[in-house]
Design a protein around this ligand. Structure first.
Ligand SMILES: Nc1ncnc2c1ncn2[C@@H]1O[C@H](COP(=O)(O)OP(=O)(O)OP(=O)(O)O)[C@@H](O)[C@H]1O
Ligand SMILES: O=C(O)c1ccc[n+]([C@@H]2O[C@H](COP(=O)([O-])O)[C@@H](O)[C@H]2O)c1
Length: 195
């Protein structure tokens, strides 16, 4: 499962757990993005913070692990490179790429998408507020999967931290504490919001 994970939240974790269980996957590898090129124009927390929060959030699940392939590769993050690198690292593995309904709706804009269908099977999962559809995508390479609805986004978690609202139970406890420790997602004092 690839994501910016800024921060990782229970929507990501529930989706991953459900797909792992339903498909009987050996492992779910969380792959934090290095430089998410489609999120340019907004601040993204440093990759090491996003990586460490992802490690903290997944540590207790024996089926979950975290990969550094995207954060260690310089330049913008493209999933075609992610899948290529993972294939090199695990030549015998069958790869499935888990993606939410919003990301699946954008997938035709991803770099090299026409060649990517051969590298992995894509699992599109439901997400509140988004329509899950495989229209125009190769049916044999995409599976749609309903998962428990978690109306949580990283954007809302960041907004809540910045405005002093709690994010307990939206993200794992260790991630709440990590964000507090490093003062992530807080506007600098005196930073005036534009009207
Ligand atoms: N609540 C959720 N339910 C199901 N899938 C989700 C949910 N939140 C995120 N995803 C999926 O997880 C992947 C990574 O998402 P990402 O890290 O961008 O989180 P996000 O909450 O969408 O972030 P942001 O609000 O900053 O855009 C994407 O495929 C996204 O569709
Ligand atoms: O390959 C691309 O061009 C591409 C464009 C946008 C997003 N992605 C991937 O989709 C996953 C979710 O991305 P995001 O931006 O919603 O966090 C993550 O693994 C990204 O690297 C990939």
């Amino acid at each position: 499962m690839g994501g910016t994970f800024d921060p990782i939240h229970h929507g990501h974790l529930v989706a991953a757990s459900e797909v792992q269980s339903l498909l009987g996957l050996d492992e779910v590898l969380f792959v934090p993005t290095g430089r998410p090129w489609q999120k340019q124009g907004r601040d993204v927390a440093p990759a090491e913070h996003r990586y460490l929060m992802t490690v903290i959030a997944t540590a207790s699940n024996p089926r979950f692990s975290v990969s550094r392939v995207d954060i260690d590769r310089p330049g913008p993050t493209y999933t075609m490179d992610t899948l290529h690198d993972l294939q090199q690292q695990r030549p015998d593995a069958e790869l499935f790429f888990i993606t939410g309904a919003d990301a699946l709706a954008q997938i035709v804009s991803w770099k090299g998408i026409d060649r990517m269908w051969e590298l992995a099977h894509f699992i599109g999962v439901t997400r509140p507020g988004h329509v899950l559809s495989d229209a125009g995508l190769p049916q044999e390479r995409v599976t749609l999967q309903e998962v428990p609805a978690m109306a949580i986004s990283s954007t809302e978690c960041r907004r809540r931290v910045d405005s002093g609202q709690p994010i307990w139970y939206l993200v794992p406890d260790g991630v709440v504490q990590y964000i507090g420790k490093y003062q992530l997602y807080r506007s600098p004092p005196g930073d005036l919001q534009e009207e």
